[in-house]
Design a protein around this ligand. Structure first.
Ligand SMILES: [Zn+2]
Length: 140
């Protein structure tokens, strides 16, 4: 019986000790979490300052001339000519069809953030996404 009692006490002591260790680990984890949150907040601010905001309008330029401006929120197909088609869908713009030899523009994917642009060099077409705040600076 005496042996059993002492082993119980020893077990309790060990339990208290490990609980304290666990608490220490928790505070360390909290510090890490705070650190990660601060880093991600800084990263988001950095991205916002770079103008990667939400796109509002799509500008299509052909041979250096403005072909048209479209709202990015409205789904539509823009047929520049029978061989080149742009598509605006779910707030993104992308080349849906092109007859250019390498078809890099088709592979370029979609643009949806302010400041992004996709181009088709052989057809001299540039598609720019503009944000809401940028409109004031556009002249000509
Ligand atoms: Zn192309």
């Amino acid at each position: 019986m005496i042996m059993k009692k002492t082993s119980k006490i020893a077990y309790r002591r060990a339990g208290a000790c490990s609980r304290r260790k666990l608490w220490k680990n928790k505070t360390w984890f909290k510090d890490l979490l705070l650190f990660v949150l601060l880093i991600s907040a800084a990263f988001v601010l950095f991205l916002a300052q770079r103008g990667g905001g939400e796109g509002k309008t799509v500008e299509v330029w052909q041979n250096g001339k403005l072909y048209g401006t479209y709202a990015i929120s409205t789904d539509r197909v823009i047929e520049i000519n029978p061989h080149i088609g742009l598509e605006i869908k779910d707030g993104s713009v992308f080349f849906a069809d092109s007859d250019c030899p390498r078809r890099d523009c088709l592979r370029a994917g979609a643009a949806n953030k302010a400041g992004q642009c996709i181009i088709c060099l052989p057809n001299r077409i540039t598609v720019k996404v503009r944000g809401a705040g940028e409109l004031d600076g556009v002249t000509g």
